[in-house]
Design a protein around this ligand. Structure first.
Ligand code: SF4
Ligand code: SF4
Length: 431
């Protein structure tokens, strides 16, 4: 419990103390649709229970009177895990709360507590451990994925590990595995932009440190340090990402805090480079009449402020571009962020095939994952509905997790759309 306390800085103290239970965040959380017990306040209450038992005098003395303290039984721990894994850290609660309380951040700390009592879903734990011990490529399936990607990159003439290039492209094993077109598309765009750039010939991580999704601070620190040391050695002015999911906020906002240094490089998303080049007339696209919409990943959009840049670029490429109903700061979440889409049964089956192994799950974890999948489909329905309303035939996004989630949810609801990562879509339409 002590480690949860180390996160109780002035911001977390505000989150802890100042909720007035107005309920405004509840209606906006994608998981409230799956059950009122999964609303932001209900989930954050679990962390509040831990804090109350530590920092408030009366709850410390009489925890049973104040609902304070950790869970006592296995059933209670199960319930805490269930709630902690009904949050995508999308920030909709944060932007809709009149007091700016980010329940998602509290739930992240709660996951950290659960990690310390050994409750991280099996697949997530396996990926965290392999990433932290730098043994991902010891797996034959993952090695093959990366080596196929390297072959394609060599065909494009990529110069790897070039020190002092202005831009360092940071991709990941997950991007190579789930959305390889995004990586190749980014490379084609860099070439067209004529910039001085490079990338690593080794995956630096599974995505960004995957331990950060489970609140595993130690694994996160180890992986963050390894990535940071590589970046420092390459000495770029900018790191560029084509994945605008949690790697974007991780590199831009979390990395300096974790490594305790102010990086000498800036973090940009590839859409920023393209938008600037378009504005200066340095890049041109063919115009397609294909009806396209944009799903803004919560991390690069709501948190990173990159809301209009993708729209400007996509409007140039598609004469049939149409915004989603919730476009903007309140953009609806896909429902699968913060590791949820990576652990649900369809993903697990896919990963077992790639890894060439079968994960040994208990009956209770199987039923936890089955229910999580059902709830994820419910949480993602609002996004599917608004996609359907646009009538678009292609949904463009820029997050490996959003792509995978929307792939699952649109399929489940019988909505037939093509899904494309932004860099892939733009590269296909380069003039
Ligand atoms: S971050 Fe998103 S999913 Fe998590 S509690 Fe807030 S609104 Fe719900
Ligand atoms: S919107 Fe803010 S104050 Fe209102 S219930 Fe949610 S966290 Fe509490």
């Amino acid at each position: 419990m002590g480690s949860a306390l180390k996160h109780l800085d002035p911001v977390m103290l505000h989150f802890f103390e100042n909720c007035v239970n107005c309920g405004l965040c509840e209606v906006n959380c994608p998981y409230t649709a799956a059950g009122e017990e999964y609303g932001p306040v209900e989930k954050a209450e679990l962390l509040r229970k831990l804090y109350r038992a530590q920092v408030q005098i009366l709850p410390r003395i009489f925890p049973w009177l104040f609902g304070a303290g950790p869970p006592k039984t296995k059933e209670e721990v199960d319930e805490w895990v269930e709630k902690a894994y009904r949050c995508t850290n999308c920030g909709l609660c944060y932007v809709t709360c009149p007091f700016g309380i980010h329940s998602g951040e509290m739930i992240k700390v709660l996951r950290g507590y659960l990690a310390r009592v050994g409750r991280v879903p099996t697949l997530l734990k396996a990926m965290i451990d392999a990433e932290a011990s730098n043994t991902l490529l010891e797996n034959k399936g993952l090695k093959e994925i990366w080596s196929n990607m390297l072959d394609k990159l060599r065909e494009e003439g990529v110069e790897f590990n070039k020190k002092n290039a202005k831009y360092l492209y940071v991709t990941s094993l997950a991007e190579a595995m789930m959305t390889p077109g995004s990586v190749i598309g980014a490379v084609k765009l860099f070439k067209k932009l004529g910039i001085d750039w490079t990338m690593s010939d080794q995956p630096l991580s599974m995505r960004a440190p995957i331990g950060s999704l489970a609140g595993d601070d130690e694994a996160t620190r180890v992986v963050a340090r390894r990535i940071y040391d590589y970046i420092k050695d390459m000495n770029p002015e900018y790191i560029v990402l084509s994945d605008g999911g949690y790697p974007y906020t991780f590199f831009r906002f979390d990395l300096p805090r974790i490594i305790g240094e102010k990086p000498s490089f800036k973090v940009v998303h590839i859409v920023e480079l393209v938008e600037e080049a378009l504005h200066e007339g340095k890049i041109k696209f063919k115009t397609t009449s294909e009806s396209v919409t944009w799903h803004s990943p919560c991390k690069m959009g709501r948190f990173g402020g990159l809301i209009e840049e993708p729209v400007k670029v996509l409007s140039q490429v598609s004469s049939g571009f149409v915004k989603l109903g919730s476009h903007g700061i309140f953009n609806k979440c896909c429902g699968g962020g913060s590791s949820i889409a990576c652990i649900v049964p369809p993903t697990q089956e896919m990963m077992e095939k790639i890894l060439g192994m079968s994960l040994q799950l208990t009956a209770s974890e199987k039923s936890f994952l089955d229910k999580l999948y059902k709830d994820m489909l419910v949480a993602g329905k609002a996004k599917v509905d608004e996609i359907k309303e646009t009538g678009a035939s292609t949904v463009v996004t820029a997050c490996v997790g959003c792509m995978h989630t929307i792939g699952m949810t649109t399929k489940a609801y019988g909505v037939n759309v093509k899904l494309k990562m932004l860099s892939e879509f733009l590269a296909e339409n380069l003039e």
